[in-house]
Design a binder for this molecule. Sequence first.
Ligand SMILES: C[S@@+](CC[C@H](N)C(=O)[O-])C[C@H]1O[C@@H](n2cnc3c(N)ncnc32)[C@H](O)[C@@H]1O
Length: 203
Amino acid sequence: MSETGTADHAGETDLPELVRRAVRAAGRAGFAFSCHPAQGRLLHLLARGVTGGRIGETGTGFGVGLAWLATGAGPGTTLVSVERDRERHAAAAEVFADVPSVTLLHGDWTELAASGPFDLLVVDGGGQGKGDEPPLEPRRWLRPGGCLVVDDFTPMTGWPPVFRGEPDNARLHWLRHKDLLATELRLTPDLATVVARYPGPRS
Ligand SMILES: C[S@@+](CC[C@H](N)C(=O)[O-])C[C@H]1O[C@@H](n2cnc3c(N)ncnc32)[C@H](O)[C@@H]1O
């Protein structure tokens, strides 16, 4: 997510057509929280690693990140995304109307669990553990070997990472999670993402 994400896409010249469609839908609604193009390209790359598997996303928005995922995914991969806002869900449904590999759910992020477990899960609207909400449990949501992406952090400049002058507990939760191998990737000078692999149950 980026406050300038939609505008940032406007400067991009080589976007997949599906991404363009989603960006246009977000633009028509004045939605400024679509994923940043750098994040989109990361999602595209990660989706490439999934063939015949399942990709999930919380927080569809207008489907910009989902479009990057869908255009990157290997053959036979299915994608499911959930959005609680009715109008965003409806607009995204139009964007993906002719993309049979994509299913859009309207509801709370927790409803996505029934479509898992996932090979790649992008947590962008619920489940991050930001604010008061409890974070999702990776071993319930991911297949062994699966990958989790949690977007929209300010790049860390020291340890522990801080947010508004305090230790960033939401980010530390993922970076130190006992079930995950996690790291932070800096995508732009002011945007970072946590990417984590779930190796499977410990023996
Ligand atoms: C950052 S935006 C999503 C951007 C989108 N993933 C993209 O790549 O363009 C977050 C979205 O999550 C949705 N959202 C927030 N809380 C949610 C929840 N509890 N369940 C489902 N969707 C939620 C918001 O309505 C919003 O559309």
